[in-house]
Design a protein around this ligand. Structure first.
Ligand SMILES: C[S@@+](CC[C@H](N)C(=O)[O-])C[C@H]1O[C@@H](n2cnc3c(N)ncnc32)[C@H](O)[C@@H]1O
Length: 202
């Protein structure tokens, strides 16, 4: 059986590199493999606290990039130049604030959104799904044609439908695990590239 080791290799590595969370290594691996997040990119990071992904995105996009993070929780590690909004992505007013912060069409939307787990499988799965739908709707509003998205997804009964929905919006969709994901976790990431032109009828 997989064991949960809170202070594992990635936790220690994050401490050594001054990164606020071990989650940073997951994104570092994903953007390196997919070759997304170029210098100067405009990026929205959904579920950004405590700021591990923001650190990786800020480094990848450089000073000419524009990065806006949003989370229910206050983000205490905000890289220079990054805008962070405290709010609920399910709330329309928060969505508008993130869009205003971006100031133009995005090259990449990342979502590591995850609900506080209750241990009640059906409820946790429904809540995760709701967050993923919100992330995808947000991406559809802000991405420029050709842009990309990375989103956390948990294996569940809606899994095939979720992937099919991404395939409608993007020309290339891959589902992957990261090396830094804890053993035994059902966490996966969708890496979707080449956003198709927005079409309200879709
Ligand atoms: C796994 S953590 C993100 C870790 C982050 N990517 C990092 O590298 O530090 C998931 C985050 O999703 C946030 N979250 C959950 N539901 C949310 C919602 N409705 N709106 C905004 N953020 C939400 C949580 O507060 C939590 O901080």
């Amino acid at each position: 059986m997989a064991t949960y080791e809170p202070r594992d290799k990635y936790y220690r590595k994050a401490r050594e590199r001054g990164l606020p969370s071990r989650a940073a290594f997951k994104l570092e691996e994903l953007i390196e493999r997919a070759k997304i997040a170029p210098r100067g990119a405009r990026i929205a990071d959904l579920g950004c606290a405590p700021g591990g992904w923001l650190a990786i995105l800020a480094r990848a996009a450089g000073p000419a990039g524009r990065i806006v993070g949003v989370d229910l929780a206050r983000c205490t590690n905000v890289p220079a130049g990054v805008i962070v909004i405290t709010g609920d992505i399910l709330d329309r007013a928060t969505v508008e604030r993130v869009i205003a912060g971006l100031g133009g069409a995005a090259d990449l939307v990342t979502s590591d959104l995850a609900p506080k787990l209750t241990g009640i499988a059906m409820r946790d799965e429904a809540r995760s799904h709701e967050l993923l739908i919100a992330a995808r709707q947000f991406a559809r509003r802000v991405l420029r044609p050709g842009a990309a998205m990375i989103a956390k997804v948990f294996m569940g009964k809606e899994f095939s439908r979720i992937v099919a929905e991404f395939e409608r919006d993007f020309e290339s969709v891959a589902v992957t695990r990261t090396v830094a994901t804890r053993p035994g976790s059902s966490e996966l990431y969708i890496v979707a590239k080449r956003f198709r032109r927005r079409n309200e009828g879709r």
